[in-house]
Ligand binder design. Structure first.
Ligand code: ZN
Ligand code: ZN
Length: 883
C-alpha cells in the first residue's frame, strides 16, 4: 500500500522536523572534493545584534535557491554562514545594559568591559541565526564564523601589518565623521542623512586696512571660530584685487588670508567661502594646498575648546546662538536666510555628526582602488543588474582614504604599539618587549579598535583559513556570487574586492547580485518608527516558510524594490496547497505494481507526450533563467506550469483513463503523472524546500533524499514538438468553448454537440483526434467537423479560433421546457403592465388633467412593453417549433 499524504497541507507539521533531519544528516556540509567542481557563496554576515527582517529573508532565500540548485546539479556547494561583531552597535547595547545596572564603561575598565560584551554576545547575540533556520536555509553551519573569532582576528592583524609595511596604512590628521555622543569616529556607512530646516547666516568679514568687507554665508556659524582663510575662485573678477590681502575674523579678530582656489564655485552664493580646515573635509584640502595649518575648536563632546576664546565650554548649539547674537550686536550679521540642508546623524544614537579633524589611522585608497576598478573593466567582476557597475566605478573613482580606527573597545584592537620615551610606532601581532629604536621597555598598545568593515572586507577568504594556505581556501576561493542588498554595496563590496585582489591576487567573487528593498504595501520602507514592518517569523508561523520564500522571490526583478502584500503570501500558500492536493490525487490513483516498470514511449498518448515535452522545455528554461539570476521569472514559470498545465489540464485530461478499463492506457497515465511530479518537485525544491521534501518522502521507491537528488536536465527524447502544438490547439478550442458557455451561464450538466468548421486538413486531424478531450473537458455530446457553414442552423453560439470556427447549437444548451415556462411567465407579467398603462391612457380625465410629462411617460411605457411583448411572443414561437 502506498501511504498517502495527510488530508490537509499544514507546514507546521513538517517544516521543523525536515530542517532538523537535513541538518543532522549533514546535507548542508561541503568539503574539499576534487571529483567535483566547487560552487561557493559567502553569506553576508548579519550583525550579531540583529534580528531577522524582510531584507535578510529576501537575500537569504535567493542564496538558498542558488545553493540548493547548484548542489542538485552536482557541485560541491558551500554556503558559509556567520555573524559580524558589529562593534559600534554591540558596544552601545552593552553600555546600555551596564547603565541599567548603574555601571559605566570607564568604571569597569577595558578588560571587564570586554568580558561583559562577550557575555552579552553569547547570551543575546546570534539570535538571527536561529531565525534564519526557520526560513529553511541550507548553509553549512559546521563552518559558521564570527568576525571576532580567533582565526578571523589573526587574518585582520595580518592584513593590517601587511598594508602598514607596504605603506598603505598610515596614521594622520584627517577630517572624519565624529559622533559627540558615542565619542568615536564613524564610517560614512554609519551616517544617516536627513533633510532638515536650517539657515544660511550671511556674515561680513572686514578687509584689513580698508573700509571694505567680504561677505560669506555659512550654515554652521560656530565653526567661524576656526576659520583660517577666505577662498575665492582665481578667475572671479569681483575679488581679483583682494587675493593676497587679509580679512579680520569678526569676534575673534584674527587676521586671515584671502586665497585663490579652484575648489570655490563662483556661481554659488557670493563666490567667497570661509575656510575652516579642521571642521570640513573640503576646507581641509584647501587648507592643505595653502599651508593654512589647523585650528580645532571643539572637544570630543562637541563643546567649544580653548581655541574658542570667550565661547569656551559652550555646547556647539549654545555657541551658535551666542555667536549669531554677538555678530548681530556688532553689526557683522547681514541677513539670515532659510535653507534646507541634509544633516548627517549617527546611525546608532541619532546625534548630529560633526566633521572634525582627528588623529586616526587610515588606509591609503588610491593604489588599492585602481586594480579593483580594473577588475570590473576587464570583466572579472559582473554586476546583476548591470547598472550597479557604474555606481561601483563612480565610487572607486572618487574614493577617499578610509578611516579605520574607532574609539571603541569591542572589536579588533589595533596591533600598534608606541614607545613612551621616543614615540616610535611599532606594528606587530605580539607586544614588543622593547622599543625597536631606543630599546626602552616603556611601551603601550593603541587603545583604538578597527572599523567593523575592516574584518568583513576579508570575509571571502578569512573564513576559509587565510593567511594559512588551507585546502579549503585553495578549493573554494574565489567564490561564485555575492548576494547582498544594494544599500550597502559600496562600502562593503568595494572593500572586499580590493582586499581580495591585494591579499589573494584574485577577485573574491565573479558575480555580484544586488537585491532591492522589501517595502510595505504602500511602497514605504519598512521601519520601526513607522510601525509598518512585517516580521518574517510571523508570516512563517501563519503561512509556512515556503509561501514566504516564494512571495519574496516572485513579482520583482533583481535590484528593484518590491512591495510586500500579505494577499500574495496567501496566494502562494494556496499554490502549495494545490500541489499538495494534486499529489494526493496522484498517489490515490497509483498502483504499486507499475512503479518499477519502465515507461514505454511507444505507448504514450498525445497528452502524455505534450506534458513530458512541456516538462522537458520548462526544465531547460528554468535552468537558463537561474543561470542568469532571473529567479523571479523561473519561479513564475514553474508556478504556471504546475498550476495550469499539470494540475488543471493534464490531471483532468487523464482522469477518464485512470477510471476507464484500458489497462495499458491507465498504466501509462499513472507512470507519466508520477514522472512529471518528480521533476516538478525537483525543480521547485530550491524555491519551496519544505513541502517538496515532504511530498518526495511520500513517493514510493524513492531511495534518495530530495535535497541531494539530481537536477533534471533537458532530454531530446522527450521533445515532442508536434504533440505540444496539437494539445495547445485543443486547449485553445476548449477555453473558447468554456468562456462562451460561462458568459451565458450554462450549467456544466448541459452537454452539447460541438460543430467545427474548417477547411484546414491539419486542424481537422487535430480536432478529430481531440474528440475525447472535448467530451471530457468541453461538455461535448459529440463533435462534428464541417468544411462550410451550409448545414449549420442559425441558432448557435459561435466561437472563432485560429483557422476554425466553433458552433454550439443553442437548442442543446437551453432547456426548452424551462425556457417556455419562463417566457409564459414573462408574457403574463407584460400583459398585466400593458393592461394597466392602456387603462390609464384611455381615461380622458387622466390624459387631459395630468401634467404633460407624466402622460408622455405613460405613452413611452406602452411602446416599451409592447415591443417586449413582441419579442417574447416571437421567442415562444421559436421554442415551440424546436421542442
Ligand atoms: Zn553616536
Ligand atoms: Zn623608543
Amino acid at each position: 500500500m502506498i501511504e498517502n499524504l495527510p488530508k490537509t497541507y499544514n507546514p507546521k507539521d513538517f517544516e521543523e522536523r525536515i530542517y532538523k533531519f537535513w541538518n543532522e544528516e549533514r546535507y548542508f556540509e561541503a568539503n574539499v572534493n576534487k571529483e567535483k567542481e566547487p560552487f561557493t557563496i559567502m553569506m553576508p554576515p548579519p550583525n550579531v545584534t540583529g534580528n531577522l527582517h524582510m531584507g535578510h529573508a529576501l537575500n537569504n532565500t535567493i542564496q538558498d535557491i542558488l545553493i540548493r540548485w547548484k548542489r542538485m546539479e552536482g557541485y560541491e556547494a558551500l554556503w558559509l554562514p556567520g555573524t559580524d561583531h558589529a562593534s559600534i552597535s554591540t558596544e552601545a547595547k552593552v553600555v546600555e545594559k551596564l547603565k541599567k545596572e548603574g555601571k559605566s564603561k570607564e568604571e569597569l575598565g577595558r578588560e571587564k568591559f570586554l568580558e561583559a560584551a562577550w557575555d552579552w554576545t553569547r547570551e543575546y547575540g546570534g539570535n538571527i541565526n536561529n531565525q534564519l533556520r526557520k526560513l529553511g536555509i541550507s548553509c553549512d553551519w559546521s563552518k559558521e564564523r564570527f568576525t571576532l573569532d580567533e582565526g578571523l582576528s589573526n587574518a585582520v592583524e595580518e592584513v593590517f601589518i601587511r598594508l602598514y609595511e607596504k605603506g598603505l596604512i598610515y596614521r594622520g590628521d584627517r577630517i572624519i565623521n565624529w559622533c559627540p555622543n558615542c565619542k568615536t569616529a564613524i564610517s560614512d556607512a554609519e551616517v544617516d542623512h536627513e533633510d532638515s530646516h536650517g539657515h544660511f547666516w550671511h556674515i561680513k568679514y572686514p578687509i584689513k586696512n580698508s573700509d571694505d568687507f567680504i561677505i560669506i554665508a555659512t550654515t554652521r556659524p560656530e565653526t567661524m571660530l576656526g576659520d583660517l582663510a577666505i577662498a575665492v575662485h582665481p578667475e572671479d573678477e569681483r575679488y581679483t584685487n583682494l587675493i593676497g590681502k587679509y580679512a579680520i575674523l569678526p569676534l575673534v579678530n584674527r587676521e586671515i588670508p584671502i586665497v585663490a582656489d579652484e575648489y570655490v564655485d563662483m556661481k554659488f552664493g557670493t563666490g567667497a567661502v570661509k575656510i575652516t580646515p579642521s571642521h570640513d573635509p573640503n576646507d581641509f584640502e584647501v587648507g592643505y594646498r595653502h599651508n593654512l595649518g589647523q585650528c580645532k575648536i571643539m572637544n570630543d563632546d562637541a563643546t567649544i575648546n580653548e581655541n574658542g576664546g570667550k565661547y569656551e565650554g559652550l555646547d556647539r548649539y549654545e555657541a551658535r546662538e551666542r555667536i549669531v547674537e554677538d555678530l548681530d550686536k556688532e553689526g557683522y550679521l547681514l541677513k539670515i536666510e532659510d535653507h534646507e540642508n541634509s544633516v548627517g546623524h549617527c546611525e546608532r544614537c541619532k546625534t548630529v555628526v560633526e566633521p572634525i579633524i582627528s588623529k586616526q589611522w587610515f588606509v591609503k585608497m588610491e593604489p588599492l582602488a585602481k586594480p579593483a576598478l580594473e577588475a570590473y573593466r576587464n570583466g572579472e567582476l559582473d554586476f546583476i543588474p548591470e547598472r550597479f557597475g557604474k555606481i561601483y566605478s563612480h565610487w572607486l573613482e572618487n574614493i577617499r582614504d578610509w578611516c579605520i580606527s574607532r574609539q571603541l573597545w569591542w572589536g579588533h584592537r589595533l596591533p600598534v604599539y608606541y614607545c613612551r620615551d621616543c614615540n616610535e610606532i611599532m606594528v606587530s601581532k605580539e607586544a614588543p618587549e622593547k622599543c625597536s629604536k631606543c630599546n626602552s621597555t616603556n611601551i603601550y598598545q593603541d587603545e583604538d579598535t578597527l572599523d567593523t568593515w575592516f574584518s568583513s572586507a576579508l570575509w571571502p577568504f578569512s573564513t576559509l583559513g587565510w593567511p594559512e594556505n588551507t585546502e579549503e581556501l585553495e578549493y573554494f576561493y574565489p567564490t561564485n556570487v555575492l548576494v547582498t542588498g544594494y544599500d550597502i554595496i559600496f562600502f562593503w563590496i568595494v572593500r572586499m574586492v580590493f582586499s581580495g585582489i591585494e591579499q589573494m591576487g584574485e577577485v573574491p567573487f565573479k558575480d555580484v547580485f544586488l537585491t532591492g528593498l522589501v517595502r510595505d504595501e504602500q511602497g514605504r520602507k519598512m521601519s520601526k518608527s513607522l510601525g509598518n514592518g512585517i516580521d518574517p517569523l510571523d508570516v512563517i508561523d501563519e503561512y509556512g516558510a515556503d509561501a514566504l520564500r516564494f512571495t519574496l522571490i516572485t513579482g520583482n526583478s533583481p535590484g528593484n524594490d518590491m512591495r510586500f502584500y500579505m494577499e500574495r503570501v496567501e496566494a502562494n500558500r494556496n499554490f502549495a496547497n494545490k500541489l499538495w492536493n494534486a499529489t494526493r490525487f496522484v498517489l490515490m490513483n497509483l498502483d504499486e505494481n507499475i512503479i518499477s516498470e519502465k515507461l514505454n514511449l511507444e505507448n504514450l498518448e498525445e497528452e502524455d507526450r505534450w506534458i513530458l515535452s512541456r516538462m522537458n522545455n520548462v526544465t531547460k528554461e528554468i535552468t537558463e533563467n537561474l543561470s542568469k539570476y532571473e529567479i523571479g521569472i523561473a519561479g513564475q514559470k514553474l508556478y504556471d506550469f504546475i498550476w495550469d498545465e499539470y494540475c488543471d489540464w493534464y490531471i483532468e485530461m487523464v482522469k477518464p483513463r485512470l477510471y476507464g478499463d484500458n489497462e495499458e492506457s491507465n498504466k501509462v497515465a499513472q507512470k507519466v503523472l508520477l514522472i512529471v511530479l518528480k521533476d516538478i518537485l525537483k525543480l521547485l525544491h530550491p524555491f519551496m524546500p519544505f513541502i517538496t521534501e515532504e511530498i518526495w518522502s511520500h513517493l514510493p521507491e524513492n531511495n534518495e533524499v530530495l535535497i541531494v537528488s539530481s537536477w533534471p536536465v533537458y532530454d531530446e527524447k522527450y521533445n515532442f514538438k508536434e504533440s505540444e502544438e496539437r494539445i495547445i490547439y485543443i486547449m485553445k478550442a476548449i477555453k473558447g468553448i468554456r468562456n462562451a458557455r460561462a458568459e451565458m451561464n450554462i450549467a456544466p450538466s448541459r452537454k452539447s454537440k460541438i460543430i467545427f468548421v474548417t477547411k484546414d486538413e491539419k486542424v481537422k486531424s487535430i480536432l478529430e483526434y481531440g474528440e475525447r478531450y472535448f467530451i471530457n473537458l468541453a461538455y461535448a455530446q459529440d463533435i462534428e467537423i464541417e468544411e462550410d457553414k451550409e448545414k449549420i442552423g442559425d441558432d448557435n453560439i459561435q466561437v472563432v479560433i485560429d483557422r476554425a470556427e466553433i458552433f454550439l447549437p443553442l437548442k442543446d444548451l437551453i432547456d426548452f421546457e424551462k425556457e417556455l415556462e419562463r417566457l409564459e411567465k414573462e408574457k403574463d407579467k407584460l400583459e398585466g403592465e400593458l393592461k394597466r398603462v392602456r387603462g390609464k391612457l384611455s381615461n380622458k380625465g387622466f390624459v387631459n388633467k395630468a401634467p404633460e410629462n407624466i402622460v408622455e411617460a405613460e405613452r413611452q411605457k406602452e411602446v416599451k412593453y409592447s415591443d417586449m411583448m413582441d419579442k417574447v411572443l416571437e421567442r415562444i414561437k421559436y421554442v415551440k417549433e424546436n421542442m
